[in-house]
Write a protein that binds this ligand. Sequence first.
Ligand code: PMP
Length: 454
Amino acid sequence: MTQPLLNARPESHLFYQTRARRPVLAEARDLHIWDVEGKRYLDGSSGAMVSNIGHSHPHVLAAMRAQMDKSTFGYRLHFETDPSERLAAKTAALMPEGMEKVFFVSGGSEAVESALKIARQYALATGQGSRWKVISRQPSYHGCTLGALAITGYGPLADPFAPMMRVMPKIPAPRAYLDGLDADDPATGAHYAAMLEAEIIAQGADSVLAFIVEPIGGASTGALVPPAGYMQAVREICTRHGVLLIHDEVMCGGGRTGAFLGGDHWGVAPDIIALSKGFGAGYAPLGAMIAHDRIVNPVLDQGGFAHGFTYAGNPLACAAGLAVLEVIEAEGLTANAARIGALLKSRLEGLMDRFPFIGDVRGKGLLLAFELVADRQTMDPLPAELNAYVELVELAYAEGLIIYARRTRDGRAGDHFLVCPPMTATETHVDEIIDKLTAALSAFAPQALRAMAQ
Ligand code: PMP
């Protein structure tokens, strides 16, 4: 067993999920992070798929410093601010047509909560008060606040709180690679989309408010790209039943997949979008909920949106967000994510020749993942006792590579690992990632091969 990294430091007064300690960060520049002991890490997961333009970008730091000299807070009910107005306009210009109104928040869970609540208020404002159910997918992750958790299909995080929230209906995520279906066949997309229609009908269409989906899956499904035709069919089904379509772009939005929005790959426009992570890109806590005018206007016309967070539209966070979008545009980072992502994906696929326990490599642009299996034919996961999702991450850490892992724990998919460096990555960074990952996989191989032989 690899030991968790522990530095000789006094007991911390901080706590997160566990008591595990991590190295102390000293400095971060572009794709690299140094700890206080001088060890260098390549940030192969952009934190949690956040630092999309790399760390400490001088343009963003300069914009933040300039804003700091003017003001760091203006309460939204007292003042408009220049950065929030400009960021709203620039964001709206990147959205599908008609999605003109932007509601700022400070993170992904807040963006999802805001999406759920504007959907409900829209229903009330348009005489559809019977609609309140929000269908989502299993597995999925939409946030840790109780509203977002009620639509999250991930038992370990959601189940303890089930009595405290109204758990919402779930349909299976379209994991064609586990079901032995061809993801390129439009019949596969239609097969999974039909599950949404069946669920809407089973629930009673006039009780269903919305369907929420990540266009390209994040942590829960490990960069799951939907099968051919799925996104278009889901849009059509929602429209036919008067159900709002919410795209959770918290992880896949912001350019990482090679398009600004995940949904752009299929030319599908939802009714509501949740954005965060790469939108603030690690420079400030920032997110946004963007809705079509046909949703926002009835709500604003009928008494307003009964919802809002104190830090919303914070000028410093918005100045950072604006500068992030400027960097993405000026440096052509979305196109770079597509180009370098294709290279990294093919290099990850190449590792399958050497490591038979890699069962699948998937994703788009620089939202990529690989999944470990005990058997490539059956796609059975490695035994849970191997703790692969912890072990391999620690081995990579020891090599100076950060990757992000999850074990699905639904008895089907097993351990998957997101490899998602910042969009500023170059060919040289891809070499460094593959070298370090190869070393970590080689160190892990004996245990995995033993488990496969059993
Ligand atoms: N939605 C998705 C798709 C996410 O990946 C996340 C974060 N992993 C969230 C929502 C919640 O975001 P946050 O942690 O910023 O609240």
